[in-house]
Design a protein around this ligand. Structure first.
Ligand code: FAD
Length: 430
């Protein structure tokens, strides 16, 4: 029987190194640098590049990818154990070559890209010489892809794109965008769109503005306009009408990887709660000695461990099935559970730190905002809860006896009928 929570010694030694490296070398970067994806920032490059070299030497670069792309092909469970440490710092994923959205974009380029697309876009992306952006959401809605209007029309050897994209993260740093556009409006609903690689210096592509949420240091979510932007015909990624299939390839992985990093964010907040509870004194005793504080610590630990087990189990299922579609229900459950865990733990940590907790000197206000980020990005929680419930009901097998007019009293009557004689017999004999 295989049911094991242990990590093998060799990998644990790697994780221990990562944990030390994160705390000593990477977490401090959060306080002195701007955005981890700003590859044009010389200060960022001077501090981040040598750390990336150490990660490569250690054999831990881009572990989400297979060896043919310079990664380790670790699989999702090992990746979860790594990512939950990297999530402690904004710079962790970048230093280890597995930052979103580049990680998902690299996966689809590796999977669907032509040799020329891989040479031009994938290799520099894997080397973190450039960064990328995934532009799917439109101003009129993100949760329902059927409302997307951005068009791509074939004109000779080119595709001509027109329309708008909204909240395209890291658009301002990106060398290229991966854009979903309608190519075949009359096709069946999930065959209408195709995916395109659009270099950001393409004439006709304009940044209307960059948006951000209040705790972000730099607004990076692009509101973009395509006004007759032309790309060569060979910039289509995947087949014509296959955008939904390509998108799902990256979104399944993207959601579970976000969840792994969220464990790291929540654990950092919990560590800081412990530090505060043990060091701050009020009314003659430590915060740690107050029962309401103890309850908050205990609730936080329980919620985080429950969530972590759900994430690890889902990672294990992905490794087992090697197909995100077969684990859709579990990924939706992880996605739906994630915001509340982060929100509640970060809020308790904020309160426990008092006034400094709410200030920009501490990470908690940002982590609370992050909980809304993970609630919305890659599809709102409500949509994932609906997916989960539909899949549960699809997989549930009603017993003939309960169907079609199930009601609890009838269950009781059947149970009484079944045991009536046996119980009567026992009653007679005592
Ligand atoms: C930080 C961040 C980063 C993002 N990065 C990117 C990116 O890089 N690329 C990209 O393409 N997009 C990105 N997005 C956009 C994201 O995918 C959308 O915000 C999301 O899909 C929701 O779309 P919307 O914002 O248009 O909200 P809407 O679709 O208008 O939904 C608004 C709200 O309505 C409710 N709702 C919607 N549908 C349902 C339903 N079926 N049942 C019940 N309630 C529902 C939910 O409360 C939902 O939050 C990002 C978003 C955020 C917040």
């Amino acid at each position: 029987m295989a049911w094991d929570f242990a990590t093998d010694d060799a990998y644990q030694a790697q994780l221990d190194w990562v944990d030390r490296f994160m705390r000593e070398e990477i977490e401090p970067l959060d306080h002195v640098l701007g955005h981890p994806c700003d590859v044009r920032d010389p200060r960022r490059n001077a501090l981040v590049r040598p750390l990336q070299a150490q990660v490569r030497e250690r054999g831990l670069w881009a572990c989400h990818l297979g060896p043919e792309l310079g990664g380790q092909g670790y699989g999702q469970v090992k990746l979860a154990l790594l990512n939950e440490i990297l999530g402690r710092s904004r710079f962790g994923p970048t230093v280890f070559g597995c930052q979103a959205p580049d990680s998902g974009n690299a996966e689809i380029l590796a999977h669907y890209g032509t040799p020329e697309q891989k040479r031009r876009f994938l290799q520099p992306l894997l080397d973190n010489e450039i960064v990328s952006c995934f532009a799917m959401t439109e101003p009129q809605g993100g949760a329902d892809p059927k409302v997307f209007k951005t068009r791509a029309v074939r004109d000779g050897d080119e595709w001509v794109l027109s329309g708008q994209k909204w909240f395209a993260s890291h658009a301002s740093f990106a060398e290229f965008l991966i854009v979903m556009a309608v190519t075949d409006p009359d096709a069946p609903p999930y065959k209408t769109m195709s995916m395109f690689i659009v270099p950001t210096n393409t004439p006709g592509l304009r940044v209307i503005r960059n948006s951000g949420f209040p705790t972000e240091t730099v607004p990076t979510h692009g509101y973009l306009e395509f006004d007759g932007a032309r790309v060569p015909a060979d910039h289509m990624l995947g087949g014509r009408g296959e955008a939904f299939v390509v998108a799902q390839t990256r979104l399944g992985g993207g959601r579970i990887h976000h969840a792994m990093r969220t464990i790291g964010e929540a654990r950092r907040a919990l560590d800081m709660m412990c530090e505060r509870a043990l060091s701050r004194r009020t009314q003659g005793e430590r915060l740690a000695d107050k029962q309401m504080v103890q309850e908050r610590l205990a609730d936080s630990w329980i919620e985080l461990e429950q969530f972590r087990l759900l994430v690890l189990r889902t990672a294990w299922l992905i490794d087992r099935h090697k197909d995100y579609k077969k684990v859709r229900k579990d990924i939706s459950a992880v996605k739906a559970a994630m915001p509340k865990v982060l929100h509640d733990i970060a809020s308790r940590a904020l309160l426990l730190h008092g006034s400094i907790g709410i200030s920009e000197e501490m990470p908690f206000a940002h982590l609370v905002m992050q909980s809304y980020h993970v609630a919305l990005a890659d599809g709102p929680v409500e949509v994932h809860k609906a997916t989960l419930a539909k899949q549960m009901l699809r997989d549930y097998k009603p017993t003939e006896a309960l169907f079609p007019d199930y009601h609890v009293p009838s269950q009781r009557e059947r149970a009484l009928a079944r045991f009536r004689d046996a119980l009567a017999h026992i009653d007679e004999s005592v």
